[in-house]
Design a protein around this ligand. Structure first.
Ligand code: NAP
Length: 500
């Protein structure tokens, strides 16, 4: 049965109306307590569970992702909402600070100063095609914005518009159950870039959350910078996630590492922002053994359907461009014939010199593709690190001996990524407070923040300092009588010490 529906793009007038309603909702929602926000988020989680049997078949049809994977992703989305709700309620993210007054301070009395994070305002969210739940309509950005006290306007991804519509329905149900202000959530369709542009340019939009390609993220970032009032754009974009294979490690376990990486490169038809698209090793017998073993694995893996026609087309084009570059050698391709909609697992190689001189080889080929860069020695490997752009993750496959021999690699790799992995694979992003999912540009537009884990809430808030406020006019979290008070820091002693 054909389940996919066609949705109409929003008009400019509709976008204006949505934004005005969203602003009115902001004025009411920002006054809700942390508990009310958390209850609302938990209710969304409950409503998402209720639509599971309805939405999964639609998502399967729209994305071609397997049912098991989509069920898992919906579970993760529900977990995120509950996890961020708990964090929102506990309030550590508010970064509350209290410096009490010192009236007797000379030459000037010190005022009472109290500071905490307050919500920014309406947040426009653009989800990605490869995560129709966890990085989409009710995904991480939406959950973080609600936790921070911001209304959300989602621009549905045209590749899973129907899935998005059903999820939006569950959020709207929660809005009703929790008596939240109308306009706290809006769902807008837009297969044309125009709709996204209007949303980003609208004066009542106060922040943007984006997950997707570098081209898309950069375009929206540049659009936002043309506004009269600049706003933050938190764009999480593509990444090639370099893996540095150190010699001692490779000498001991070439086959094990090869098996691990064959699975990581081809997991989910390579359609992960943490896919290991670049593998760097030092020329020699061990690297050759590794390449032979990895090639044998890659050849065995069957091609599979990609998310949508656009992604598959981009994969074949970018793969062709990459393989056609001077000095690039195709090491292995899946032995089974791939159809147009499928991604064929592919492994290529090039010398470090070829890589260093060719920016095309630094670009993401979104899909089951990885390039091995062969360095002459550790110094050339360091050159590769120094010339690799910002990444979500980097991985070091090394023994203790490797680290002792090449401390400079560990040192320099830290400068280019948001998450540094030791002896593992970059695919798989845990949802917890210590996770960092964001890195130096072009991985993201602001490496100070994460889009996974409850710290992501801070993206949609700004500090506000209250000076000499009567206690009853302060937000509850800054009042003297606040019974929980776990996040308060009273450092008047420190201030006195500094002055005397
Ligand atoms: P995408 O094509 O950039 O689409 C993302 C969203 O942005 C869509 O709603 C899209 O609308 C919109 N968009 C794209 N270009 C635009 C423009 N110029 N103006 C206005 N709106 C625009 O990305 P995708 O194909 O869905 O996702 C795959 C990419 O996401 C990969 O590169 C992957 O690495 C990356 N990704 C990153 C993360 C991360 O956390 N960093 C996570 C998952 C995926 P249209 O479809 O209408 O273009």
């Amino acid at each position: 049965m054909e389940m996919t529906k066609i949705f109409r793009d929003a008009t400019k007038e509709e976008v204006d109306k949505v934004m005005e309603k969203s602003w009115q909702a902001f004025l009411a929602y920002k006054k809700c307590s942390l508990k009310q926000r958390a209850d609302f988020m938990r209710t969304i989680a409950v409503e998402l569970e209720k639509i599971r049997s309805e939405v999964i078949p639609v998502a399967v049809e729209e994305t071609h992702l397997p049912e098991g994977r989509l069920n898992g992703e919906l579970g993760r989305t529900i977990f995120q909402l509950n996890n961020y709700a708990k964090a929102a309620e506990e309030g550590a993210w508010l970064d509350a600070r209290i410096d009490t007054a010192i009236p007797e301070r000379k030459p000037n009395p010190k005022p009472d100063l109290r500071k905490m994070l307050v919500p920014l305002g309406p947040v426009v969210v653009f989800g990605s095609s490869n995560f129709p739940f966890a990085y989409s309509t009710a995904g991480g950005d939406t959950a973080c914005a609600f936790a921070a006290g911001c209304p959300v306007i989602v621009k549905a991804h045209p590749a899973h518009a129907h899935t998005s519509e059903i999820v939006a329905g569950a959020i709207m149900k929660a809005v009703g159950i929790c008596n939240m202000p109308e306009g706290i959530f809006a769902h807008v369709h837009g297969a044309s870039f125009e709709v996204g542009k209007w949303l980003v340019m609208h004066p009542l939009t106060k922040a943007v959350g984006f997950t997707g390609s570098l081209a898309g993220g950069r375009a929206l970032f540049d659009t936002a910078n043309q506004r009269k009032e600049p706003i933050p754009v938190f764009a999480e974009m593509g990444s090639i996630n370099p893996v540095f294979l150190m010699p001692d490690k490779l000498q001991h376990e070439p086959e094990t590492v090869a098996k691990m990486y064959a699975a990581s490169i081809t997991q989910g038809v390579g359609q992960f922002c943490t896919n290991p698209g670049l593998i760097i090793g030092i020329e020699g017998k061990s690297l050759n053994t590794f390449i032979t073993a990895l090639s044998a694995e890659i050849k065995k893996i069957e091609p599979a359907n990609m998310l949508h026609r656009g992604i598959a087309k981009a994969f074949w084009q970018k793969r062709k461009d990459a393989l056609g570059q001077k000095g690039v050698h195709t090491e292995a391709v899946s032995e089974a014939q791939a159809e147009e909609m499928q991604g064929a697992p592919t492994l290529a190689s090039a010398s470090a010199a070829a890589f260093l001189n060719n920016p095309v080889l630094h670009q993401e080929v979104f899909g089951p593709y990885s390039l091995i860069v062969k360095c002459k020695n550790a110094d050339e490997m360091r050159q590769v690190v120094l010339h690799t752009e910002g990444q979500l993750t980097s991985t070091i496959m090394a023994t203790e001996e490797d680290i002792r021999q090449h401390p400079e690699i560990l040192e320099t790799v830290q400068n280019i990524c948001g998450r540094l992995i030791m002896n593992g694979v970059p695919t798989g992003v845990d949802v917890c407070l210590s996770m960092q999912h964001g890195g130096p540009y072009p991985a993201t537009t602001d490496s100070r923040f994460t889009s996974v884990g409850a710290d992501g809430i801070r993206r949609f808030a700004r500090p506000l300092c209250y000076q000499n406020f009567p206690d009853h006019l302060l937000p509850e979290e800054l009042q003297n009588a606040n019974p929980s008070g776990i996040w308060r820091t009273v450092d008047d002693q420190l201030t006195k010490d500094k002055i005397s």
